[in-house]
Design a protein around this ligand. Structure first.
Ligand SMILES: NC(=O)c1ccc[n+]([C@@H]2O[C@H](COP(=O)([O-])OP(=O)(O)OC[C@H]3O[C@@H](n4cnc5c(N)ncnc54)[C@H](O)[C@@H]3O)[C@@H](O)[C@H]2O)c1
Length: 364
């Protein structure tokens, strides 16, 4: 098992550890008993994870004499709302939860974001643990303390920064993860390689086959490396004042592609295409060498992610999506671009003509 410490200077109480390994839920139970984070716990999960893993996790923790209840909500992004958050709070009260209770987020990013938000609000804040079950949550959303829900007009509009007491990454959960969800996480791992770690990118290219086959040892290394990169960035900029923005590499165009395909393209697939777009824009603006731009595309292809915008998506709709982003930011569309692999920067604005040309090139 690997252990990584997250040091956050805002309050030393925010520092915590990330544990990574296979079958580590009992280890989580041991630490819950030892650290006395709370006198009782509520496992929060979604309907899919509850069906696949809920009873086993509950039985493991109860078997260690811990007082644990479980509540669930319907799986999917559509549940990430204020309504679900209020519903969670009402159910916590009905269970008799109080200030001495703690939550455990067992699930993907939706469960993690919602549980973190509920924990930060319930009685002005109770502790919570992250037990991420998707690859995306394990390498990304469970780390960094961003919580939130969507509003009808935009995603993640309501939220808090609230750190968990610990993150327990059990790689065994990935055994049941559907292919597309696995690819969502892979896209974020490629992103870490591109923005921070050329070695990781090379490793992804060399081991692409084994990674797609979910080789346990390789996955553990990849997840640990990704967690180290994300926590390193979060330690320097916990509340996204600047540096943390580089984590949005590929996401500006990615979000527009996701929306323009009416979410037919999964988040990770859209981010993969978005990374190709950001690399091409970096090349066109003479920041990045053509060679490095092509390398990024080759790694994405190797791990099985798409690198082209579907032909039936209109360039106009994509540009509209990007303009909407611009409205939200209150300035130009901020693209994270690259000087080199491993050296990203936030650009002040990309000319619309170049955006259009990049989109058209990626459709052919
Ligand atoms: N807080 C952050 O910093 C941060 C970062 C990135 C993304 N996010 C958020 O994360 C969310 C996306 O997360 P996600 O991709 O994990 O989505 P998700 O939580 O909806 O999970 C995807 C699907 O996989 C299922 N699932 C989860 N674990 C499983 C398992 N082990 N086996 C089989 N099925 C399983 C879920 O029930 C769900 O149907 C978005 O809402 C996004 O905004 C947050």
């Amino acid at each position: 098992m690997k252990k990584i410490r997250v040091n956050l200077d805002r309050k030393s109480a925010n520092a915590h550890e990330i544990f990574i390994g296979r079958g580590i839920i009992d280890r989580m139970g041991l630490l819950m008993a030892k650290n006395n984070w709370a006198s009782r716990y509520v496992l929060v999960t979604d309907s899919r994870v509850a069906e696949l893993h809920g009873d086993r996790v509950l039985a493991t923790l109860r078997g260690m004499n811990l007082a644990v209840d479980m509540i669930q909500f319907p799986a999917g992004e559509a549940s990430k709302t204020v309504r679900t958050c209020l519903d969670l709070v009402e159910r916590l009260l009905a269970l008799g939860a109080d200030r001495k209770s703690a939550l455990i987020a067992l699930g993907g990013g939706v469960v993690g974001d919602l549980t973190g938000l509920a924990a930060s609000l319930f009685m002005r804040g109770i502790p919570y643990l992250q037990a991420p079950t998707t690859l995306l949550a394990q390498v990304d959303s469970a780390i960094g303390g961003k919580t939130g829900v969507n509003l009808p007009m935009a995603k993640n509009m309501l939220g808090t920064f609230y750190q968990p007491r610990g993150v327990f990454i059990d790689l065994a959960f990935l055994d049941t993860l559907p292919e597309r969800e696995f690819a969502n996480g892979l896209a974020e791992i490629v992103k870490y390689g591109v923005i921070e770690d050329p070695e990781l990118l090379k490793h992804l290219a060399d081991e692409a086959e084994a990674i797609r086959g979910r080789d346990g040892a390789i996955l553990e290394r990849l997840v640990a490396r990704s967690c180290r990169i994300k926590k390193g960035i979060v330690e320097l900029d916990e509340t996204e004042k600047g540096l943390r923005r580089i984590l949005n590499f590929g996401h500006t165009m990615g979000h527009a592609v996701e929306a323009a395909t009416d979410y037919g393209m999964a988040h990770g697939e859209a981010v993969a295409v978005g990374m190709v777009a950001a690399a091409r824009i970096s090349v066109a603006l003479d920041h990045l060498s053509t060679d490095e731009g092509e390398r990024i595309e080759a790694v994405l292809r190797a791990v099985g992610l798409p690198v082209r915008i579907p032909g039936n998506v209109s360039a106009e709709r994509l540009l509209d999506g990007l303009r909407m982003d611009k409205k939200k930011e209150g300035a130009d569309v901020h693209f994270v671009l690259l000087k080199k692999i491993g050296i990203p920067f936030v650009n002040g604005g990309v000319p619309e003509a170049l955006l259009r040309k990049t989109i058209e090139d990626l459709q052919s």
